[in-house]
Design a binder for this molecule. Sequence first.
Ligand code: NIG
Ligand code: FE
Length: 424
Amino acid sequence: MKADLVINEIKTIYTPYLKPPLKGSQMNDIREINNGFIAVKNGKILALGEGEGKEFIDKNTIVKSEKNKIVLPGFIDSHTHLVHAGSREDEYDDLKRGVPYLDILARGGGILGTVSKTRKATFEKLYLKAFASLNMMLSYGVTVVESKSGYGLDHETEKKQLLVNKKLNALHPIEVLSTYMGAHAIPVEYLNDKETYLKFLVEELKKFKKENLFERVDVFCEESVFSLEETKFLLSEAKKLGYDIKMHADEIVSLGGAGLGVSLGCSSVDHLMAISDEDINKLSSSKTVANILPGTSFYLKKNYAPARKMIDCGVAVSLAGDYNPGSNPSENFQLVMQLASNYLMLTPAEVLTAVTINPAYHLNIAADKGSLEVGKDADFIVMNAENLAYILYHYGINHVKDVYIKGKQVVENTKVMEVNNDFN
Ligand code: NIG
Ligand code: FE
């Protein structure tokens, strides 16, 4: 069979190849193909390997040579709060002066400030802001994004966020996977009646079931937000209804959220800056993925999750951006990878595994995404680099040259206009 597209003369193709979840030392085991090619047919990978792929080329095939470049699977950002209104630079001074994140929330700022702006925003405004963010993420090589609701905390606004996700998924090249997070904070109208809000959330899960607007449910399990017991109640109800379940766990206070997540069968537990050794052991003997968000530690000037220790103990780790207006207002996914390398002490191969096949696994899309293998979606990135370590070492910048999603080119090298010595 001939290909629609062949990319060849690639310096090195790097891809995970083992069956996920990749745990512990498996995370460092990736395939490297030198002087390689990728052949694409109908948006899927037809073949890949060493050589020029000549047998897949005829007069109708588009052929591109990528000498001195590397190719990677598209990055999967498996934890974002993409859809929201406004920004929170007015809290920046307090945050930098050391006012705790949870204190800002308690006085009606933080998440609750964004909730009131998101409630007021039109669908169109939310859509356009999120679309612009997706474009930025795409330029950094992200081809799949998980996007949570949770800035509405009432039926109407949560639904508005979920419908924005649906429209983005239909119209933007990035695949947008929707998650319900009504349990992101307690809304002001229920501050003194959490019990009723919990009941409301369960009713919402039932009501939304028929509408098919999300497959996953997430809860912010944290001191003064949702307790272990409340999280257990909500996620058990969600599970009974057939949803996949996730948690924001042990982000600030070590409550034991990760251990609870394992016992409930969460596909991932996220953040984990304050995880206990006991819960690391529980994770290592489970299929729950530890989803680490180093951009948030960096931005909030907090400690980093013990990802090195987790991998050494046999845990499956993934990395995500946590793009949101409060604790990580940045779409630069490569910076997240570079922080993982520099502060979490992950090897380049572990970083790659953590942004491709492991997030694909916990988002339940590993049959089509997360690695470059015959039959999977042709989602890949051509990088302006000669080896994988270089993109982590040369930090803070964007190394993407081109991005392809389902075989279609969606980012093309953006060139700076030529600047000569006689510019002045
Ligand atoms: O993942 N921890 C809770 N949620 C977000 C922050 C959201 C916000 O501050 O608006 C997070 O860090
Ligand atoms: Fe989050």
